[in-house]
Ligand binder design. Structure first.
Ligand code: AMP
Ligand code: MG
Length: 487
């Protein structure tokens, strides 16, 4: 276990030089204090969890102090936002403090979001508010606990610094961790500004540090792009299987590692709704729940365009062609598991689609349905779940098909079925209203609810004593919360 001053830095991105990022110091927050810390994320840095409670922790992650070896940099990138190209974006309110390596030799970027203005702030104030920092913290750690690749969050630091959004709020910082903060938009920036040398340096950097196995392939850059396609197909299959809606899938929010990245007005589905739009500024529904699948491919095409100096168009097209079949195979595999099935049959896709249509028509809770389906034998479970459906004849027909399918699937005890299904069907997810309750308490100075919710969500598959209230459908007020895009 390490103390805070024992972290080892190796700032590989900073060494790429000033064409890639700009040196900027964090702007401190007034009266910084710990809101919440993730022990699991601290363990990735070999940090003793007790250090989170020390004043120096809040000073470091509230922008007051820096390690001597840290080299805070604002990265430059661009990207396609809602389908249109924005020539320059960049870290407008976040800084890459440096890269830390742990005892296992893993490198972690430490990125401080809400750290003040940078050359890329455009019209913004460089700040993040407490509300959005808590949401990012809870979501990234909850996704990780669900087994969905995501950036991580070490802590949230609150403050007295006033920040103006629709109303006056308080500034906060979230310390985000990832193996890389390089986005699709980094490649787009150097492509569209016609800087082939820097673009080649960036590609070498990503290949060497993050896709070293692709070096062995005859065409390393193509192998790397294929890998990025595969990881994104797998990631989006997980989002769809678990009802996660990202909300702002602009190419500057897409990680070259295929992890969930940059949290804004995201949501987990309560009732199943394929057309759900979590970002209420997204009037066209470009980033609606079901559109995430084709948008994933669209974003990969935008990256492919930026890679045309390195890879032939035909090869890029062929690699892009892998996306949809891979997505479908991964998605179907996850949904089979959610249904408790251990074998594959041709008609399974149809079984899933019929169920989702019935859930959509009746507004059935997406998470609880699957959890309850594994509580008891298939026959007893469907009999109990029947009440949630409006189209009873439709549900009965589906239930008959499902029971027959389960009977053909294999011979296992009820205990085995329950254990297997509960291991893939969470009881607790980050419902918007739960986040909202925790935020309201935190805004009035009580951080206990954020901490409790984080704790519950860190074991989403395990029933936890006394935590029934976290496994409920939302109350009426919590059903259609409008999450502001201003964060
Ligand atoms: P996002 O919507 O958070 O992905 O941000 C899109 C772009 O706007 C990025 O370049 C951000 O750094 C920048 N940005 C967002 N909020 C702010 C802010 N409050 N101050 C400065 N830049 C911001
Ligand atoms: Mg962003």
């Amino acid at each position: 276990m390490k103390a805070l001053d024992e972290l080892n830095f190796d700032n590989r991105f900073a060494r790429l030089g000033d064409a890639f990022s700009t040196h900027v110091l964090p702007e401190p927050l007034d009266a910084p204090r710990l809101v919440v810390a993730s022990e699991a994320a601290m363990a990735l840095l070999d940090l003793d969890p007790a250090v989170a409670e020390t004043p120096v922790f809040a000073e470091l992650f509230g922008g007051h102090k820096l390690w001597a070896e840290a080299e805070p940099r604002a990265m430059v990138y661009s990207g396609h936002q809602f389908g249109g190209y924005t020539p320059q974006l960049g870290d407008g309110r976040g800084l890459l403090l440096g890269e830390v390596y742990n005892a296992a030799g893993e490198h972690w970027d430490l990125h401080l979001k809400g750290a003040g203005m940078t050359p890329y702030s455009r019209m913004g104030d460089g700040r993040a508010v407490l509300r959005s920092s808590i949401r990012e913290f809870l979501a990234s750690e909850a996704l990780h606990a669900l087994g969905i690749p995501s950036s991580r969050a070490l802590c949230v630091i609150g403050s007295d610094t006033p920040v103006w959004r629709e109303k006056q709020e308080r500034g906060a910082m979230v310390l985000r961790m990832a193996h890389s903060h390089i986005r699709f938009g980094h490649f787009e920036y150097f492509y569209y500004t016609k800087k082939p040398e820097q673009q080649a340096l960036l590609a070498e950097h990503v290949l060497n540090l993050h896709y070293p196995e692709c070096r062995e392939q005859p065409e390393p850059y193509l192998a790397m792009f294929r890998e990025i396609v595969e990881r994104n197909a797998e990631l989006i299959a997980k989002w769809q299987a678990y009802g996660f809606c990202h909300g702002v899938m602009n190419t500057d929010n897409m990680s070259i590692l295929g992890i969930t990245f940059d949290f804004g007005p995201f949501a987990f589905l309560d009732d199943f709704d394929a057309h759900f739009i979590c970002n209420h500024s997204d009037h066209e529904g470009r980033y609606s729940f079901s559109n995430q699948v084709p948008i994933g491919q669209w974003n990969l095409s935008a990256l492919a365009q930026a890679l045309t100096p390195f890879i032939s168009v035909d090869a890029l097209k062929e690699a892009l062609g892998l996306y949809l079949p891979l997505y479908q195979a991964n998605y179907l595999d996850l949904m089979r598991r959610r249904l408790g099935l251990t074998t594959a049959e041709d008609d399974d896709q149809h079984l899933v689609e019929r169920l989702l249509k019935l859930m959509q028509n009746s507004g059935v809770d997406y998470t609880l349905f699957f959890r309850r389906l594994g509580d008891e034998s298939a026959a007893l479970a469907v009999a109990r779940l029947r009440d949630d459906f409006v189209d009873l004849a439709g549900f009965d027909a589906w239930a008959e098909q499902y029971k027959a399918r389960v009977a053909r699937d294999g011979d296992y005890s009820e205990e085995q079925r329950r254990a297997r299904m509960h291991a893939v069907n969470p009881l607790y997810i980050l419902r918007n209203y739960l986040a909202q309750n925790a935020i309201a308490a935190a805004e009035s100075g009580d951080y206990s609810e954020v901490r409790r919710l984080h704790e519950v969500l860190s074991k989403p598959f395990e029933e936890q004593a006394g935590m029934e209230q976290y496994a409920q459908r939302p109350p009426d007020w919590g059903k259609h919360l409008e999450i502001s895009c201003s964060s």
